[in-house]
Design a protein around this ligand. Structure first.
Ligand SMILES: [Zn+2]
Length: 382
């Protein structure tokens, strides 16, 4: 089977082990492709993070493709059917997949964005406006020295994108069925729930902190924070970690430590959620200490030329009509949207990201490339 340029590039990228925040040469490979086509490439390094900003053309409209070259760790490699950085084309249920860590999140998407830019620029050397690419090696980590750092640089240079297209996995069941036009906010809380330690056989003198925690959790589940909005699902509450007990069988725990996560919509603020959680604890007489840490605000692009162009291109290439949605995790789009940039995400099916045996359908990468070329044509040629 002859592989397309997109799939070959994705394969090369997957074969480079680039666990956050180590780019390990991925961006050099991209630079070697873009420079001969006339892209101006800036490598911006900060705090052990490597970023690549590549630009072609001048002024508006400015479309920025946004991606990342880092991947999450593989975990126990023996749990994988094949080596996680093999980048081989492997059949699952009769279909060809590019296999390996980062194939779907998001080196496959990176490759489709890059080959689409190249194809467009080769055909239209004198296109209007600017076509750009920003890749970072710290999207899966804390983002320090990463996209926000380059965004500051771009602001200083007055490089403000009109459009930002991100090839993160967005599709739900079949390729093309979903565009993300925003993401929920992200908030963490650590909650230390107090009881009274005691002998397991002298329960009348003790108060079990695990039972107190369970009352609190049930209280949260019984009192949803909201019911969602037209573009966002309901604000979610999850317990991510729970710890209690001394290790002895005969001691009733006097404290229970919870870590909670909230994915919140545009009805909320971190302060409103905190007030809600404190109210639930108070109404149940739970003795506790809470600390909240906001990770990211929600963002939304309701409509605009970018959504229209992408939407039409998806239908032309896949025959699937996409829906707009904001579910799923947050993305680096949250750093671009505040510039006033129309920001959307569209990419392969999201079901295998961060998992063992991560893979992406070969056919979908080629379609993604075509969709991005058509989107560029619709935005720049009409
Ligand atoms: Zn990603």
């Amino acid at each position: 089977m002859e592989l397309s340029k997109t799939v070959k590039l994705a394969q090369q990228l997957v074969r480079i082990k680039s666990v956050t925040p180590d780019d390990n040469g991925c961006q050099d490979l991209v630079k070697d492709i873009l420079k001969p086509l006339g892209f101006t490439c800036y490598t911006i390094q900060e705090n052990g993070v490597t970023n690549l900003l590549a630009l072609h053309g001048l002024n508006a409209p400015f479309l920025l493709f946004l991606g990342h070259t880092d991947v999450v760790p593989t975990g126990d490699e023996s749990a994988w059917l094949y080596p996680p950085f093999c980048g081989d084309i492997i059949k699952f249920d009769g279909e060809d997949y590019l296999y390996g860590r980062g194939s779907s999140d998001m080196k496959g998407g990176d490759a489709a964005m890059i080959t689409a830019m190249c194809e467009y620029v080769e055909k239209h050397q004198n296109h209007i406006g600017t076509i750009g690419l920003l890749l970072t090696s710290n999207e899966e980590g804390d983002a320090i020295g990463a996209t926000p750092y380059v965004v500051d640089y771009m602001k200083k240079q007055n490089l403000i994108p009109d459009y930002c297209l991100i090839a993160e996995c967005s599709s739900d069941k079949v390729f093309g069925d979903s565009i993300k036009n925003g993401r929920r906010g992200d908030l963490n809380a650590t909650i230390n729930i107090k009881g009274i330690q005691g002998h397991a056989a002298m329960e009348q003198y003790a108060k079990n902190a695990v039972f107190e925690a369970s009352r609190f959790i049930q209280g949260m589940l019984n009192n949803p924070i909201d019911n969602g909005t037209p573009f966002f699902p309901a604000t979610s509450f999850q317990v991510s970690n729970i710890r209690a007990g001394t290790g002895a069988d005969n001691v009733i725990p006097g404290s229970c430590y919870l870590r909670c996560n909230f994915r919140w919509n545009d009805l909320q603020t971190p302060e409103k959620i905190e007030a809600h959680v404190r109210q639930v604890a108070k109404s149940l007489n739970i003795d506790c200490q809470m600390e909240f840490r906001a990770e990211g605000d929600p963002f939304l692009t309701k409509d605009g030329k970018l959504i229209d162009a992408l939407y039409n291109s998806i239908i032309k290439v896949t025959d699937v009509t996409p829906t707009l949605g904001t579910s799923g995790g947050t993305s680096d789009g949250r750093f671009i949207r505040p510039l006033g940039t129309q920001t959307v995400e569209f990419g392969p099916v999201a079901s295998l990201i961060h998992k063992v045996d991560e893979r992406v359908k070969v056919e979908d990468l080629d379609k993604l490339h075509q969709i991005f070329v058509k989107t560029l044509e619709e935005l720049y040629d009409k």
